[in-house]
Design a protein around this ligand. Sequence first.
Ligand SMILES: [Mg+2]
Length: 396
Amino acid sequence: MPKRILHIDMDAFFASVEAARNPALRGKPLIVGGNADDARSVVSSASYEARRYGIHSAMPIARARKLCPHGIFMRCSHGVYGETSRRIQVILETTTPIIQMASIDEANLDITGSIHLYGGEATLAKYIKDAIVEQEHITCTIGIASNKMVAKVAANECKPDGFLSIAYGDERAFLAPLPVGKLPGVGPHTREALENLGIMTVKQLAAVPAPRLERVVGEQAAESLLRAAVGVGSDTVAAHGPPKSVSRETTFKADLADWRVIEPVVFRLAEHCAHTLRMDGLEAKRITLKTRYSDFQTKSFAKTLADPTALDTDIMAALHELFPKAKARRARVRLVGVNLSALSWNQHQMRLFEREHNDKWERLFETVDAMRGKLGFDAVHIGKALNGASQKKPST
Ligand SMILES: [Mg+2]
């Protein structure tokens, strides 16, 4: 029996929360993001009134200001969005225990067993929407389908304050007329590559022979694109929160004494962990360096950061501070590992603007992650981890 998956996405989340906190902002073109005077700052969230001027998230603030000079420009409020998100999660948990937050303002719920309690999908969706409006004074959009991917596309198609349910069996027909860029995972680069092949709609994508697509986007991406194009997707909602930790370790072929060789390997492991964090939309506050010595004694050295991070540079800086402790025991090293814990949902887009020195790094890592998505993890290494790549491949 097919499952029913509900995808919920808050409308213009940061901007809506700001307007809920300050009613004077309601109905106004509101742009939440970085410093308007800084050419590198980008829009984190724009109200629907601001979107009418062509403003969208990730657009440079300077450009948004040109498009809408009378708009209200605000910096992100630290912590507030995360707290709102957790309160919304509590509301969602009253409808089903099978729920997974997908980001700070999106969640997937397996409502297969709950629909009959509410007398139908539409009443269940209305219950959630009303409860959030009543408690938080903000709106959301809900899509329901037999898998997470189609439910998300359905929600995107009826924003803001919308509800759309795609019946089992109708997935393919629903997606067919949409532009290919509407499929999750089709970013600007892939879209351009597809359009160059004359593939504009999902229907056209579904009809492309696999080998032709593979030549352009690679074997893996081709397979997932062709599955998505016919409406096939995962219906598994992991009924737990974000993972407790992300870790990687490697055992050396021969025990090592020279930390000039060991350190780059640790940095390489940190890069893998940070990449995983960013892919899962998470940040870590606690960085742990694990070392097993030749006598099989295992020691862990940890540092807790003031702010959570998903940036390689922050994590490597913490590890750098931990190295002297690990070196103090003058023994050969058999194994090293990196563990990132105290994880939370990434709110970095907000803090980006408070810590602008990270801005260019954030953008670099976006590019790096995009390239890894296309070419595989080993396509890109940064700085100090370069040596680690040639020394030793992570064993996990
Ligand atoms: Mg949203």
